[in-house]
Design a protein around this ligand. Structure first.
Ligand SMILES: Nc1ccn([C@@H]2O[C@H](COP(=O)(O)OP(=O)(O)OP(=O)(O)O)[C@@H](O)[C@H]2O)c(=O)n1
Ligand SMILES: C[C@](O)(CO)[C@H](O)COP(=O)(O)O
Length: 230
């Protein structure tokens, strides 16, 4: 593949239960802007990205609120209503992509501080011929299997990787993977759906700052990363 147009889907419809009570996570503030705005700002500043499609929190006002938040950003940004699971949110955005985008990335709004270089690296790997690409990091801790409060085994972590987003795909492959997916047993990531088809998924090195803001501590960490950047 060489210069196909690139769309990025940003699922942003999650509630953020692990972050605690409040607005949907993508709309919570980090350094004065919602997490989603940080994430989309990076995407529209990525030279190889042509279109961004956000899956907004479902329910009254979700789409309009996200459209308002993104109105001042440059580039082609579009908004659809998200679904009950991440997989459903991605599928709804996939159905709304412009016809002419042959490369599709799927990126979490919750990975608000992901650097442009990582987005470009994923796009380059897909354009270079990989059907599916995930950024990965080695697992830093020793990993144990447990039953209740008892350790049953120490897992060999040499072949384990923690997986980030954006994940990149040839559009036809991602569409096929979603068409084959079971909505009642949703996958936690899109590459998982491609794996289920038996198609290889390639890895590229991830980035520490592409971490997912999941818990209140992650938000503290994100504030620190942002302060250092500014
Ligand atoms: N129904 C859903 C659930 C999740 N997401 C999005 O998927 C990304 C990764 O999900 P996660 O970080 O787990 O977010 P939440 O589901 O919001 O978190 P929690 O499980 O703590 O509620 C987030 O950007 C989230 O908004 C989505 O678009 N639609
Ligand atoms: C897509 C993802 O961010 C890759 O690490 C992750 O799988 C989302 O999972 P979660 O269970 O919704 O946090």
């Amino acid at each position: 593949m060489s210069k196909e147009r690139v769309a990025v889907i940003v699922p942003a419809a999650g509630r953020g239960e692990r972050l605690g009570p409040g607005a949907p996570k993508a709309l919570r503030e980090l350094g004065g802007s919602p997490l989603l705005v940080h994430a989309v700002r990076t995407l529209v500043a990525t030279p190889s990205v042509d279109v961004v499609v956000v899956a907004a929190p479902p329910g009254p006002g979700g789409v309009a609120e996200v459209q308002r938040l993104l109105a001042d950003l440059p580039g082609d940004t579009r908004v659809v209503a998200g679904g009950a699971t991440r997989q459903e949110s991605v599928a709804l955005a996939l159905a709304a992509l412009p016809e002419d985008c042959a490369v599709v990335l799927v990126h979490d709004a919750a990975r608000a501080l992901t650097p442009v270089d990582l987005v470009e690296a994923v796009i380059a790997a897909v354009r270079g011929g990989a059907g599916a690409v995930v950024p990965v990091l080695p697992v830093a801790d020793t990993v144990k299997a447990v039953e209740g409060d008892l350790v049953t085994a120490t897992v060999d972590r040499s072949s384990l990787r923690a997986v980030q987003t954006p994940q990149g795909f040839a559009r036809d492959l991602l569409a096929k993977a979603h068409a084959a997916a079971d909505p009642d047993a949703p996958a936690t990531d899109d590459a998982g759906l491609v794996e289920a088809l038996g198609v290889p998924v390639r890895t590229v090195p991830g980035h520490a700052e592409a971490f997912k803001i999941t818990t209140p501590f992650d938000l503290v960490l994100a504030e620190a990363v942002l302060r250092r950047r500014r």
